[in-house]
Design a protein around this ligand. Structure first.
Ligand SMILES: Nc1nc2c(ncn2[C@@H]2O[C@H](COP(=O)(O)OP(=O)(O)OP(=O)(O)O)[C@@H](O)[C@H]2O)c(=O)[nH]1
Ligand SMILES: [Mg+2]
Ligand SMILES: [Zn+2]
Length: 329
């Protein structure tokens, strides 16, 4: 390998080229560049990590690099992009432009942070993975992810993994509120390989982004569902709290006509960019109750029609806790 970064060199050359066009024809570079981008082929981003960018088109994954027009633009797994195929043997695919996102899964580090991170773009569903042996502690997290999914236009799916370690009665009780809301709940064990058919049914025909605490088994399930996947899984005996997966990656499950995105474990799921008064719209059992006030938060306002006994206690306490967090209390 020569020490020259051919791509960087070519990128600078492209910029020079544009500058020359600009001078000669008097056209604005942005218009010219935009036309070129609009005519380019489309691809889907399937991996983004330090030093790695992969896009999918023509039924294959391709390594890619950002073109000069992408400076300052962030892409995430699931993004639809405009690309230019390689021009010669040592060239790679060039990403020229980012398409508007249809859906997004975003989180903030905590509720009073307002810098959000897009985790995955353009997925149809978010699969929140929890450990069956820690289900009671996990429902607050599930409720946060369901809010984020609702905000970003994603269908919810709850995956209760580690059922081999769980008490089925406790899981059933904790999951009842979601079943009542018609949220699909599947129970799996990556270890005992149970529930995988149900999981596959839930993934069929769409893009699903997994999220969840570290160590709940996202990568283990991902590896079982996606034949080509070889995601690292934490070794047995390691203490919890370690993050094994460090970057999001999407893989295709051709038999299911599905894409699954494995993501790094998160400690919390902040909703910092959501306005407190909008929270109620993302709890289906609290939205549209016909209260006198259009933006009733169901906290004792006159003309409130909430029957608090009709709401699952864990859901109601999640609502109150998230709202407090958003109000900075
Ligand atoms: N008993 C049991 N152990 C499991 C199950 N699924 C995964 N594990 C184990 O749990 C540990 C963590 O699994 P991972 O798949 O790496 O978890 P993860 O959610 O991808 O974790 P991060 O990448 O850190 O977010 C590993 O030791 C797995 O072998 C399960 O269903 N039952
Ligand atoms: Mg993992
Ligand atoms: Zn009300």
């Amino acid at each position: 390998m020569s020490g020259i970064d051919l791509d960087l060199w070519e990128e600078e050359f492209d910029d020079l080229d544009d500058a020359r066009h600009r001078r000669r024809r008097g056209t604005k570079r942005s218009t010219k560049a935009q036309e070129r981008i609009d005519d380019a082929d489309r691809a889907r981003v399937v991996a983004v990590a330090r030093g790695l960018l992969e896009v999918y088109f023509d039924d294959e994954r391709h390594p890619a690099r950002f073109g000069g027009s992408m400076r300052g633009t962030k892409v995430v797994v699931g993004d639809e992009v405009r690309i230019r195929p390689p021009r010669h043997d040592t060239d790679v695919v060039r990403v020229l432009g980012l398409e508007e996102r249809r859906t997004w899964l975003t989180r903030t580090p905590d509720d009073d942070a307002d810098v959000e991170r897009v985790v995955v773009a353009n997925a149809e569903a978010v699969g929140v993975v929890v450990a069956g042996d820690r289900i009671v502690e996990a429902v607050g997290f599930v409720d946060r992810v369901l809010v984020a999914g609702s905000v970003g236009g994603l269908e919810p799916l709850v995956v209760v993994n580690k059922m081999d370690l769980a008490d089925p009665a406790i899981v059933a009780e904790a999951m009842a509120p979601y079943r009542d809301l018609d949220v699909t709940v599947v129970q799996t064990s990556a270890e005992a390989r149970t529930g995988l058919d149900d999981l596959e049914d839930a993934l069929q025909g769409r893009w699903t982004a997994f999220t969840g605490h570290s160590g709940v088994g996202k990568s283990s399930l991902f590896n079982l569902v996606v034949p080509a996947a070889e995601q690292d899984v934490a070794e047995l005996g390691r203490r919890g709290g370690r993050h094994t997966t460090v970057a999001a990656i999407a893989e295709h499950a051709p038999d299911l006509d599905a894409w699954l995105v494995d993501t790094p474990g998160v400690r919390s799921f902040g909703l910092g960019t959501l306005a407190p008064d909008e929270l109620v719209d993302h709890f289906p059992e609290l939205a549209d109750l016909g209260c006198d006030l259009d933006d009733c938060a169901h906290l004792g306002e006159p003309g409130c029609r909430l029957d608090v006994d009709a709401v699952a206690p864990t859901r109601w306490s999640s609502y109150l806790r998230i709202r407090e967090g958003l109000l900075g209390q």
